[in-house]
Design a protein around this ligand. Sequence first.
Ligand code: NAD
Length: 483
Amino acid sequence: MSDILVQDRPNPEDVIDGHLIDGRIVASTRSFEVIDPATGQPFSTCPDADAEQLDAAVAAARRAFPAWAALGFARRREYLHVLADAITAAADELAPLLTREHGKPIEQARMELSLSGHHIKQLAALGLSDEVLRDDEKGRVELRYHPLGVVGAIAPWNFPVALAMHKVAQALYTGNTLVLKPSPYTPLTTLAIGRLAANLLPAGVLNVVAGGNDLGAWMTAHPGIDKITFTGSVATGKKVMASAAATLKRITLELGGNDATLVLDDADLDAAAAGIARSGFYNCGQICMAIKRVYVADAVHDALLDKLVIAVGKLKVGPGSQPGMDMGPIQNRVQYDKVRAYLTDAVARPGAQVLLGGQVPEGDGYFIQPTLIAGLADDAPLVCEEQFGPVLPVLSFASVDDAVTRANDSRFGLGASVWSRDEARAKAVADRLMAGTVWINRHGLNESDVPFGGMKESGYGREHGVLGIRSYQELQVVSRPAN
Ligand code: NAD
């Protein structure tokens, strides 16, 4: 094997230089550059795992599985609490690294790290007991839930730590062992957490391997992996599903979205404007369940726009390392080019009105000013595709029926929201929206005890909550005649 053993049981303060495989930090012979999106320049390198290192990680996870599965929920919860506390305690120390590789404001990086600790504990608190389906004159039928074995987790770059740690918590709490692959754009903070975990979890229970897209593809085809939990784009999700079919792996796919929000004529416009500014632009709009299309009732269209321009206009954009920023740069060059292309296309369309922003500052960093554009048709790419950036289209509607039809006319179905002072009216609209989550008078709240996932091409299965975490278990029926 080409691994170079760096050290056994490393000290968390040491430099980041390797994958976590079988409780040890190992380097690779190959590496790739990690770019600071605020400057567009490389600032570090990351080890690039080869296929043999993936094999070693899977073999370690498989060896660790029986003992970990046998520990039981209470003991595994204790381990996860220790990990959660370590991540929360390291939030101040790791936040600058997360900001450097991701671009997000330092306060938001700190928040992502400490919230990850909180979510690990929330997930490890779920009650997952077996169930008795029937116990009568026909016999006794029990539903028993077992761990699956080795889970492969593939994470995206938009919330590199939080989304990875949700998978760690769900897989490990249910008694599986894990091989985790961060995005090649944002691998370093996850590797740093791997170093923390090396001292806290039994060897092989959690393995962290960094690499490019080919490493993800190897995972989905690997015969030693029993389930893939994937968060990323629809296009990659389809490849994951196809590849996993060869070994009939269990899969959970958390994919993209094009969430619509509907502002009805009786909405609290101040609350709606504040909510849209927050959900459309937090993390630079790079959130699967960000508001990506705004539909406003004709009667309140202009009034809402005035308030939205004020709310979004207050957002401060700059390098995430500078305190007090609301938005950093777009995370990577490919995404930056994509968002600029949506913007250029949108402003050139007949009827398009740029209400705010629209500029792309000169310089090497991937910055785009928060932008609001009205007057687009529904078939403009900015409206009907996933922009995943701080450029938001605002459209008007004549009737609620019209708004619902247009909101549903999408291959995506992740989230949606309705703003109205009339709860019954809002709920009736929610019933008609084809989205995995519909929020009323808010948008984008994500809690670990609430199932989350998408309809249509936004996903396959659910994560979080008892319903979601069951996807990390295999159901077995145990049946006997009546005594
Ligand atoms: P992506 O699909 O490009 O990459 C995601 C991960 O998949 C990365 O780790 C990447 O290396 C890996 N990968 C790439 N090709 C692969 C292959 N052939 N097989 C296996 N793995 C492969 O997505 P991204 O650009 O990192 O993330 C942005 C997308 O993620 C957006 O569409 C966003 O909406 C979506 N997302 C969804 C959720 C959700 O919960 N539904 C959450 C966050 C992000």
